[in-house]
Design a protein around this ligand. Structure first.
Ligand code: TRP
Length: 379
């Protein structure tokens, strides 16, 4: 067996700067190029990829999530990529308060997933707290990172800032390592992320590489236990909230998937616009009006400029009516499906239980390899 002797010093040196470096221009360029390569290959060889992503159950999903990531997941699933979606319920306890009980939020998230077309017969949906072997990977992984490295992680810093000066918990500091466990337990090789999330993925790559260097391999030693996953950077439309600010639940400027058509109409009616009756698409000078045009574009498939031209000098009232109708029409089938699902909580529980069981099976097999590589098989 090829295994490296355990070393007790912290894993400095090689890779120590990989994280800091992951935000550099050169590194970003490499990630973009690699991501483009993968995106092209996904069409040709979908079967070569296992994609994993997930969400914290913090509240109800909204149009930002839908156009930013959910749609994309469904597209990958439909291409035949082995798709895994995790509900990050442990991660949610690192951060800001969510609304409602965790159980309700998990159920709502699951309902949104199924309503948008994530299909549990093709996609494994699971809650990471329900997969013991996944969480056990956290211990060996923690031995592979230093606290200085975690403190430097830009996403940890951003999370910390968002808590409004509360002291940093151990879980907050180490959540990138937990996320590495999320990705590596099932050996996912692609993770759709926004550019701001690249440092996370780099942390996962560092953990995978260091595990190989420090603990060696299992089986015939021909392959590392953990493949280093790649980022899949997707084109995300810059959809703002109805007030023209960053879309966020706490600002009350979101349109949730589960809203009724009437609530949607009310939210769009309240949307901020400007005094110019002539409607034009100009995201720099007229962010609020342009955002409504973007929403119309996303829901109808037409270009925003074309929609602007159609409205012309009819003003923002006409624009809002058009957007309301477009959004409601686009979401109608999804909302109908959502209502059916809500009426059958037993089915939702079965879906999650099946996903958890599948994840558990895969996690255990990985943990067995980890024990073997670490020479921790005693009986
Ligand atoms: N951190 C992600 C978020 O805040 C959720 C998440 C947890 C995740 N584990 C993951 C995303 C693994 C991708 C891969 O939304």
């Amino acid at each position: 067996m090829t295994s490296t002797p355990h070393q007790n010093q912290p894993p400095a040196g090689e890779g120590a700067d990989a994280l800091a470096d992951s935000t550099s221009e050169a590194s970003l360029g490499r990630s973009v190029a690699r991501s483009e390569q993968i995106a092209a290959d996904l069409d040709v060889h979908p079967g070569r990829y296992r994609m994993l992503t997930g969400d914290r159950p913090t509240g109800h999903l909204h149009l930002g999530h839908y156009f930013g990531s959910l749609r994309n997941r469904v597209a990958l699933q439909d291409k035949g990529v082995d798709t895994w979606v995790l509900i990050a319920d442990y991660q949610v306890i690192t951060d800001r308060d969510g609304v409602g009980s965790l159980g309700e939020r998990v159920q709502s998230l699951l309902t949104d997933y199924l309503a948008v077309g994530i299909d549990p017969s093709r996609t494994t949906i699971f809650a990471h707290s329900q997969v013991p072997a996944l969480n056990q990977l956290m211990l060996p992984f923690l031995s592979l990172v230093t606290d200085a490295e975690l403190r430097r992680n830009p996403t940890v810093k951003a999370e910390q800032d968002a808590t409004g000066g509360r002291p940093m918990t151990g879980l907050m500091l180490t959540y990138p390592v937990h996320q590495a466990a999320d990705i590596l337990f099932c050996k996912a090789n692609v993770v759709p992320v926004g550019k701001d999330q690249l440092p996370h993925l780099e942390q996962t790559r560092v953990v995978a590489r260091r595990f190989d260097e420090r603990y060696g391999r299992a089986g015939d030693g021909s392959a590392p236990v953990f493949p280093a996953p790649d980022a899949l950077l997707s084109e995300v439309p810059n959809l703002l909230g109805t007030d023209g600010q960053k879309m966020s639940k706490s600002r009350g400027n979101v349109i949730e998937l589960r809203m009724s058509a009437d609530d949607t109409a009310r939210a769009i009616k309240r949307a901020v616009t400007d005094a110019d009756r002539q409607i034009t698409y100009d995201p720099q000078q007229r962010p609020e009006v342009s955002n409504l045009l973007l929403l119309a574009s996303l829901t109808t498939g037409r270009r925003p400029e074309e929609v602007a031209e159609e409205i012309g000098s009819a003003g923002s009232g006409a624009l809002k009516s058009l957007v309301t109708e477009a959004v409601n029409e686009h979401l109608a089938p999804l909302r109908a499906r959502r209502a059916e699902l809500e009426a059958d909580p037993g089915e939702l529980r079965r879906v999650l239980a099946a996903g958890n069981a599948h994840a558990d099976e895969v996690a255990r097999a990985t943990l067995d390899e980890v024990r073997e590589a670490m020479q921790m098989v005693y009986a």
